[in-house]
Design a protein. Structure first.
Length: 173
């Protein structure tokens, strides 16, 4: 139902205004859900393994097919079948905003990033939760150059094309 509302807003007021309007609400929903999430899934929010177990259980309630992978400092979710594939990529951005709020409340040392989305035509979705500042051995550390950071966020689907262009112009001023 909420995807229909999202599509309508995207059509009526455009991507940038829609996402700017919804980002704070989805962050708030994530923050508000955090206490219930910690209690219901018995999360020790200082422990990434505990967070990973809780998210595995939570995701299994709505993902049809996927797999989870853990390392000592990260947890990845690969979705192979999603009820939102074929929907606008902004659906994934709303999930990102929700998780930003959830993780911020649970433990601000964790971050979640998406590197592939079915809503953008990828065959799978890839979500990675890890302690901030940690890498998984691949060359995916956040670069220091703000333009490179912006390009990386756009490439990962964290921001829309409009947001990318607007922010790039602001940074170049």
């Amino acid at each position: 139902m909420w995807t229909l509302l999202l599509k309508s807003m995207l059509d009526e007021i455009g991507t940038e205004m829609t996402m700017n309007a919804l980002r704070p609400k989805f962050n708030e929903i994530g923050r508000e859900f955090a206490n219930r999430f910690i209690e219901e899934y018995r999360i020790d929010f200082e422990n990434l393994g505990s967070v990973a177990d809780g998210l595995s259980s939570f995701h299994s309630s709505f993902l049809k097919k996927g797999r989870f992978k853990r390392s000592s400092d990260s947890f990845s979710i690969v979705t192979e079948e999603c009820p939102f594939s074929g929907e606008p990529s902004e659906v994934c951005q709303l999930f990102q905003y929700f998780y930003d709020g959830l993780l911020e409340k649970m433990n601000p040392d964790f971050s979640m990033q998406c590197s592939g989305m079915m809503t953008k035509g990828d065959k799978t979705c890839h979500w990675l939760i890890r302690k901030k500042g940690k890498t998984d051995g691949k060359d995916d550390a956040v670069p220091e150059d703000p333009i490179k950071v912006l390009k990386l966020r756009y490439a990962r689907g964290e921001i829309t094309r409009e947001e990318y262009q607007r922010m790039k112009e602001e940074l170049l001023e």
